[in-house]
Design a protein around this ligand. Structure first.
Ligand code: FAD
Length: 291
């Protein structure tokens, strides 16, 4: 099924995001996680698209294997970074050839990292909107896009971000998935701003339970994600005890998901970092409450 069809049922969507592994050991970890997640019968699983050439092939390979060897519905990410239009057409063709109908159309971060200036490929695309249009012209794909509750680092303000999202929807995006965030209100305000612009596509919150304090500070610095004191205080209170940090991180994510679903979010997209245990625990906590 397409994600558009899954979301149209009105049932809550639960999905899990993985990245293509770089070593045989990491490959084993990934497939163990995917098999564990498969037991939960999620709505779909997504595979990210890396900045380096090797993980790009990995994205197609892992996405194809999910389609062929599992009962899961795969979503392949795709970015415009360092690709000409012809190369993008050929990647989209590879997805179609593997029977993959769900594509997440992204601009991608500059090769030097999210804080570097964006440089388009001379024969490539400048914005995700153009990639949405390109994917749409190449076949019957269901297309998702990115959204940013804490504002994209390059966007002037939150209103501009909402306008970009509305334009992506106009260009043919069926739904959006957000960057990870911690404030439920930031998500609901994004939904409201988009809706005020006539953009009513489903917006799935992207959630990552914190299992490591250093990592979360680094991600916040890179992506511009807000780290509320209510979150950092709880984590820093148990800083010296890795097991407690993990437990508190799972608790914080579970509370956030509960608030989002109760407030009307159409589902949750979990960022797993290829280890399934923390996100599975959050998912199971929700089963006990709002799911
Ligand atoms: P765009 O929509 O093009 O936006 C980029 C910037 O340009 C924004 O500041 C926007 O406001 C501005 N902008 C957009 N359109 C216009 C316009 N017409 N005129 C002027 N300004 C404009 N990265 C990867 O490399 N691989 C992945 O697999 C990946 N997966 C992701 C999954 C999710 C759910 C999310 C939220 C992000 C993901 N990213 C991934 C990161 C993403 O590629 C970066 O956040 C990137 O910087 C922005 O991508 P975008 O698709 O939102 O770009």
């Amino acid at each position: 099924p397409t994600i558009r069809e899954l979301l149209a049922t009105g049932d809550r969507s639960f999905s899990f995001e993985f990245f293509p592994p770089k070593t045989p050991e990491a490959e084993e970890v990934l497939w163990r996680s995917i098999r564990e997640i498969e037991k939960l019968r999620p709505s779909f699983v997504s595979i990210t698209y890396g900045a380096g050439g090797t993980t790009r092939d990995g994205t197609i390979r892992v996405t194809e294997r999910v389609a062929q060897d599992t009962s899961l519905t795969p979503l392949g990410h795709l970015t415009a970074v360092a690709h000409s239009r012809d190369e993008l057409r050929s990647v989209i063709g590879a997805y179609a050839g593997a029977g993959i109908r769900n594509v997440l159309a992204l601009r991608g971060d500059p090769p030097g990292g999210p804080r570097q200036p964006w440089v388009a490929h001379p024969e490539g695309l400048n914005h995700a909107i153009e990639l949405v249009e390109l994917v749409r012209t190449l076949g019957d794909f269901c297309v998702g896009v990115a959204a940013f509750p804490d504002k994209h680092p390059e966007a002037a303000d939150l209103d501009f971000d909402a306008r970009v999202l509305a334009e992506k929807a106009k260009a043919g995006a069926d739904y959006a998935i957000t960057q990870m965030f911690f404030g439920a209100d930031d998500y609901f305000q994004l939904v409201e701003r988009a809706s005020a612009l006539g953009c009513d596509i489903p917006i799935l919150p992207g959630i990552m339970p914190v299992t490591n304090i250093k990592q979360i500070h680094r991600m916040a610095e890179l992506t511009g994600m807000a780290l509320p004191a209510t979150v950092t205080d709880r984590l820093h209170a148990v800083e010296g005890d890795p097991a407690a940090v993990r437990a508190v991180g799972i608790e914080i994510a579970s509370e956030l998901c509960d608030e989002l679903l109760t407030g009307g979010a159409p589902g949750i997209h979990f960022i797993t970092l290829n280890r399934s245990t923390a996100t599975r625990q959050v998912y199971l906590n929700l089963q006990g409450t709002t799911v």
